[in-house]
Design a protein around this ligand. Structure first.
Ligand SMILES: [Zn+2]
Length: 341
């Protein structure tokens, strides 16, 4: 397994006692943790040598694998907690440096070929949604595996509790615009498209109580060049896919399984596009995951090196939205207390 800079940074974070999952949830600033990791890196001659070697690899600046020779706490933790000895599990964890907005998924972005043969990334769009998202979460948990969830901002404000379950289960959360608008449609101005992107991230942040990953998927995989460039300036990574499950138009769960397995067997690897919003997807997943396992496929977990930096004006806008349900679920007695009469 290739040893690259970002992977060593991840190992450094861990040895400093600060896992990436922790700072994604916002308990410590990414800058502080990166500084701690850099100190660890500077203290290790082997790491410095690997850093030099990694510079020859164009992928090294963007994706990093937690090295095989290092402890893999996230992976070890998942395995420890896994009650299913035959689970699909997680093959490896990669950390993405989203600087400049790198694109993933060969349907549209062909520069970053980071998956090895038989590696897949599971992605789920359009949630969070009652029943269907929890069904997907259960199927993933039963197989001790993971995916990226591209949440619709509006849905996040309606069902923040479900989105928090997604994050709490250790999955990566990104955004999929505020209202699932096609940013390429006629009459959509650049400002409106930016509003859709930014308000989406702010809404997901509000629902989670912490900034999500700077991972974005364009609705309907429609990529206006101006918005692709804009995401680059915002250091937000774009996700197309390698293969589309077409689960949203599948008449049965079996159809989804057949579509994905046929395509993944042909391609040999890839980022798989699915929808936790769709009922059939959660129903198809138990079979699909066991078929992937039987076929020798391994799931790659993609995490962000740092959370998205949302813009204050959009954070304020989603907070002000009168339709928002309150995020606090504290009982009245813990909020209001009689202290004198
Ligand atoms: Zn969508």
């Amino acid at each position: 397994m290739r040893v690259v800079v970002a992977g060593l940074v991840a190992a450094g974070l861990v040895s400093a006692g600060v896992g990436s999952a922790v700072w994604m949830r916002g308990s410590a600033s990414p800058a502080e943790n990166v500084q701690a990791a850099e100190k660890t890196l500077a203290a290790a001659p082997a790491a410095a040598a690997a850093q030099l070697a990694a510079k020859a690899d164009p992928l090294a600046d963007v994706t990093g694998t937690v090295p095989a020779s290092e402890p893999k706490p996230a992976l070890a933790q998942a395995k420890r907690a896994c009650a299913n000895p035959n689970a699909l599990g997680i093959g490896r964890v990669v950390e993405i440096d989203t600087t400049g907005g790198p694109g993933f998924g060969f349907e549209h972005f062909k520069q970053l070929d980071f998956l090895s043969d038989k590696e897949v990334v599971l992605t789920f769009d359009d949630g969070p949604w009652p029943v269907n998202t929890p069904a997907v979460l259960k199927a993933l948990a039963d197989e001790c595996t993971t995916g990226i969830f591209f949440a619709v901002g509006k849905h996040a404000t309606w069902h923040p509790d479900i989105l928090r379950q997604v994050a709490a289960a250790g999955h990566t959360v990104g955004s999929h615009t505020w209202s699932h608008a096609n940013l390429n449609k006629k009459g959509m101005t650049e400002q409106q498209a930016k509003d859709e992107i930014e308000k989406g991230f702010s809404a997901v942040r509000l629902a989670l109580g912490a900034a999500p990953a700077p991972f974005f998927r364009f609705p309907q995989l429609q990529h206006p060049p101006a918005m692709v460039a804009y995401l680059g300036t915002r250091d937000i990574s774009m996700f197309s896919c390698d293969l589309d499950s077409f689960d949203f138009k599948a008449s049965t769960p079996e159809k989804i399984v057949e579509t994905v397995m046929t395509k993944v067997n042909k391609l040999g690897k890839g980022i798989i596009l699915m929808h936790d919003f769709q009922k059939h997807t959660g129903e198809a997943l138990p079979t699909l995951l066991s078929r992937l396992k039987a076929g020798g496929f391994k799931v790659v977990q993609m995490k962000a090196k740092a959370p998205v930096q949302t813009l204050a004006e959009y954070d304020a806008e989603v907070v002000k939205d009168a339709k928002l349900p309150t995020i606090s679920s504290r009982p009245v007695s813990s909020v209001v207390q009689t202290v004198g009469n």
